[in-house]
Write a protein that binds this ligand. Structure first.
Ligand SMILES: [Zn+2]
Length: 114
């Protein structure tokens, strides 16, 4: 299960940061691509299970899904691909290449203010 691994790695990173700052984490922002996307509910569920009884318990996860991008071979524009209408948003050309999917990134952690 992909989400369980993601949740574990998030937990490890967040715990390390929290220990360094001796602060309680309250929320974290994550971004991911389209192809390696996580299921929000499954991730929440896995994260909740892993963090139970730890300093990370009750944290909120915000997941930002980034659309996959294409680069037009005609006008060289980069654009977000809509799967229902895959074409360049600048010149409507259907001749484009897919850019690499966004990786899963822990963007920021918010800690409780003292
Ligand atoms: Zn174009």
């Amino acid at each position: 299960m992909h989400e369980m691994m993601v949740a574990e790695s998030l937990f490890t990173t967040i715990s390390d940061e929290a220990a360094k700052l001796s602060a309680k984490p309250v929320s974290a922002k994550i971004s991911c691509g389209t192809l390696n996307a996580v299921n929000d509910e499954a991730l929440d569920f896995a994260f909740e299970a892993i963090t139970k009884g730890t300093a990370c318990e009750g944290m909120k996860l915000q997941i930002d899904h980034k659309p996959i991008q294409g680069k037009c071979r005609n006008c060289k524009a980069s654009f977000d691909i809509e799967f229902s209408r895959p074409m360049c948003t600048q010149c409507s050309s259907e001749d484009f290449e897919l850019l690499p999917d966004a990786p899963l990134i822990l963007e920021e952690i918010e800690f409780q203010e003292e």
